[in-house]
Design a protein around this ligand. Structure first.
Ligand code: NAG
Length: 300
């Protein structure tokens, strides 16, 4: 059931990336999915680094094939896995740092994401996970390996035709801005901090664009005030969602959407979509029965 709702949400995203606004009715083939971000899209990179933020133990993975924890922060697969399957590629996307995979596996999709990371450099340092900028370095290494594996021409095609997925930002607020006085001192109001993060997002997209990326999905924030931890420690209204955090998510998402519109105007040949998980997740939280039976939802 959870699988179905995931899918219908992302079909519109993929359709936009593949068809463009009102263009060819033929679905272009996606050669690979390339994923950057945090726990929302990490498929196991934190297994390979020195951090306490891991999910390689039960009950994670209880609904995964074989019922095993993989390093996904989920009872089963995560969104990029579903997208990959929808594109006719693998059912699960490999984590770049998983030594059991080779470039042959990564050629049709790879995940550089790391749970706990954020746009801001300080966010990754809180739990010693892979910084966002470092994910680009891994991506550059990947491109070199891809060139050796596929040859120049084919690798170039793969890089420019691939769909790039970016999903990150929650930890910048919940593990960083609202926890560390030093960050608040450095950036000021939460709006100023949001603007700083949007600046990092812009640079990141310009960076991968200059490396060949053209089809990009920039993910927004979920209703982060409804994460189980935030509800548990909500002193104003015990076990309710934290309204302030949710308002910040909506505000920040508005800025990301503005960035996406700007990039589409300014950068030739780019096609960026803003993928907003906020409202559909809010509906799942408020009316879970619409989506069938969840036995564990919104893990983090
Ligand atoms: C984050 O750190 C990297 C590596 O040290 C650096 O290149 C980058 O400029 C930093 N980003 C910001 C926004 O300070």
């Amino acid at each position: 059931m959870a699988e179905k709702s995931h899918l219908s949400f992302f079909i519109s995203l993929i359709a936009t990336l593949l068809l463009g606004p009102g263009l060819s009715p033929v679905r272009a083939k996606v050669p690979a999915l390339i994923v950057f971000g945090d726990s929302s899209v990490d498929t196991g990179n934190n297994n390979g680094i020195q951090t306490v933020l891991k999910s390689n133990f039960e009950p994670y993975g209880q609904d995964f094939e074989g019922g095993r924890p993989t390093g996904r922060f989920s009872n089963g697969r995560v969104t990029p896995d579903f997208l990959s399957e929808y594109c006719g590629l693998k059912k699960t996307l490999p984590a770049y740092l998983d030594p059991s995979y080779k470039i042959a596996d990564f050629a049709t999709g790879v995940v550089f994401a790391s749970a706990g990371t954020g746009y801001d450099n300080t966010t990754a340092s809180v739990l010693n996970v892979i910084p966002f900028w470092k994910q680009i370095q891994y991506y550059m290494e990947y491109r070199d390996r891809l060139r050796k594996y596929l040859g120049d021409q084919k690798a170039k095609e793969t890089v420019s035709e691939a769909v790039y997925i970016i999903s990150i930002g929650t930890n910048d607020f919940l593990e960083n801005y609202y926890v560390l006085p030093t960050t608040r001192l450095q950036y000021g109001t939460v709006q100023q901090f949001e603007d700083h993060l949007v600046g990092v997002a812009k640079k990141f997209i310009e960076n991968i664009y200059s490396l060949g990326a053209r089809k990009i999905s920039l993910g927004g924030l979920p209703p982060m005030g409804c994460l189980p931890l935030e509800r548990t420690i909500n002193f104003l209204a015990v076990s309710e969602c934290n309204e302030e955090y949710n308002n910040v998510a909506v505000e920040f998402n508005g800025k990301l959407k503005g960035l996406v519109d700007q990039l589409n105007k300014e950068m030739p040949g780019i096609r960026v979509v803003f993928s907003n998980p906020y409202y559909i997740m809010m509906q799942m939280i408020k009316r879970p029965s619409l989506y069938g039976e969840f036995n564990s939802c919104f893990c983090h």
